[in-house]
Design a protein around this ligand. Structure first.
Ligand SMILES: Cc1ncc(COP(=O)(O)O)c(C=O)c1O
Length: 469
């Protein structure tokens, strides 16, 4: 399989000074100072690759609802939303009060407690495949555990994954996200580990069938059920049902990575929205109300691989799974508070509706000002296709899943992407780099107007300095 071109994601280290960049520097002098200090100690001055901004990112002091403030006193409409964890916005009173009350009762018992059961019971009520639940601390840990469970259950080693789909940063799944679609190991990943992963293009059921029918050494298939990177490359509607059928026919396990889509697509995640039930799913972010937490959920017979009594009776080795912070009480109570709101109100739909209206208004703007960009997205978030090769397409076509990742993730001038992000920050809006963002139920009409206005003003600035035609 040909690797993406360029093979490694481009980094705008060469961001030249320009009126837009200078204006950003003038607006964020205290952030610049902190960035300088951070660069003395952190690689690139950051603690998460997605926070890499040139010439420097903003340093935030506090946040509330849909907004956050930086050390220079600038206020932003926030579209990072805790990397997608904050469906309810910042500091939702129910979540905050639950956490504060728990802090007073103890933050870690190193023992079982009732709130972990309550948390799991709500998850079970909401997520169709959740016959059993096991908590851990991050989406990365959840996908790692799901793959181990699948391998143990089936006795097979290989896993099918799909080009561009993100499942965290552990050794099995990091290859094939934004590079190494040919299965070669990324630096630091052992060859033997990479060899157990089979990389296939999404939407190609024939490719999946030919692998599954040719060999029985595949334990599972894992994918983002809304398409790669939060639905940036949407799937065709029949793909999920097709995978389900192939998995059942061949005894292969189907794992939905719902770290993003869980509680964002619908109360029951993508599996409820599409009516396709996987054998296991991974949940993160929203599941723990913005506190660190995640879960593997799925068939009871698969999760039984971790059960002491069951495995002893079965005469097979138990699958080990520890984790100092698994189901810590603060995460449990935040998760319970957040998921009760998801269950009992229409917050999922509110975020979906907000995203949908924002997308429509952005597309109106792009048409009016004459750029060939296209906004799209279906589940509580938006993406902006910067259309570097100026293809003729539209929102509906993109969302139908007819474009592949080479089209929708085609390399864009990195300097344009960075300047777009800086321009939005200059106008008080923090979007994510691809560009796009998750939205929350806390975003308001005022936020939406400011966002569309910021895009309009940023496009003007980009044109002024010839970064955009
Ligand atoms: C679909 C998906 N899976 C897994 C992960 C990894 O989760 P975490 O960052 O909590 O390790 C993410 C993170 O964005 C994700 O979007």
């Amino acid at each position: 399989m040909a690797p993406m071109n360029p093979p490694y994601p481009a980094c705008p280290l060469d961001l030249e000074d320009s009126p837009l960049v200078d204006a950003y520097r003038r607006q964020t002098p205290q952030s610049a100072k902190l960035a300088k200090r951070a660069r003395q100690i952190f690689p690139s001055g950051i603690t998460h690759d997605a926070r890499h901004i040139q010439p420097h990112g903003i340093f935030v002091t506090h946040a509330h609802g849909s907004r956050k403030w930086d050390v220079d006193g600038n206020q932003y409409v926030d579209y990072s939303g805790g990397h997608g964890a904050l469906l309810l916005g910042h500091n939702h009173p129910a979540v905050t009060q639950a956490v504060l009350a728990q802090v007073g009762r103890g933050i870690h018992f190193g023992a079982s407690h009732e709130s972990e059961i309550q948390w799991a019971e709500i998850i079970q009520q909401l997520i169709p495949c959740a016959q059993g639940v096991r908590f851990n601390n991050s989406g990365t840990e959840a996908t790692m555990l799901a793959l181990r469970l699948a391998r143990a259950f089936t006795g097979q080693e290989n896993i099918i994954r799909f080009h561009g789909h993100f499942h965290g940063w552990h050794d099995y799944v990091i290859g094939g996200f934004n590079a190494h679609h040919d299965g070669t190991p990324p630096r630091g990943v052992p060859q033997g580990t990479a060899k157990t992963m089979i990389h296939l293009p999404p939407n190609d059921l024939d490719a999946v069938a030919s692998i599954l029918n040719a060999s029985s050494d595949v334990a599972a298939m894992i994918l983002e059920p809304t398409g790669s990177t939060w639905g940036q490359v949407p799937l065709q509607p029949e793909f999920l049902a097709g995978l389900r059928k192939l998995a059942t026919e061949t005894g292969t396990l189907l794992i939905f990575d719902e770290v993003i889509s869980g509680f964002r697509c619908s109360k029951g995640g993508a599996q409820e929205a599409y009516g396709v039930t996987p054998d296991m799913a991974t949940l993160g972010k929203i599941v723990s109300g913005g506190m660190p937490g995640a879960a593997v959920v799925g068939r009871r017979d698969i999760l039984a691989g971790m059960d002491f009594r069951h495995m002893a009776a079965d005469g097979r080795e138990k699958i080990f799974h520890m984790g100092t912070f698994n189901a810590v009480p603060t995460a449990c109570v935040a998760g319970i508070a957040a998921l009760k709101i998801v269950r009992d109100t229409d917050v999922c739909q509110q975020a979906i509706d907000y995203g949908n209206t924002l997308i429509e208004e952005l597309n109106d703007l792009f048409t009016t000002v004459g750029v060939c960009w296209i906004a799209y997205g279906t589940f509580g978030g938006f993406h902006v296709f910067l259309n570097p090769n100026q293809i003729t397409t539209c929102r509906a076509e993109i969302e139908s899943g007819i474009h592949d990742y080479q089209t929708l993730k085609a390399p864009v001038n990195p300097s344009l992407m960075m300047k777009l992000r800086l321009g939005m920050l200059l106008h008080g809006v923090d979007i994510q780099g691809w560009p796009g963002a998750p939205v929350s139920a806390a975003h308001t009409n005022r936020d939406r107007r400011q966002t569309v206005d910021a895009f309009g003003k940023t496009i003007q600035l980009l044109r002024k300095e010839q970064a955009l035609a």
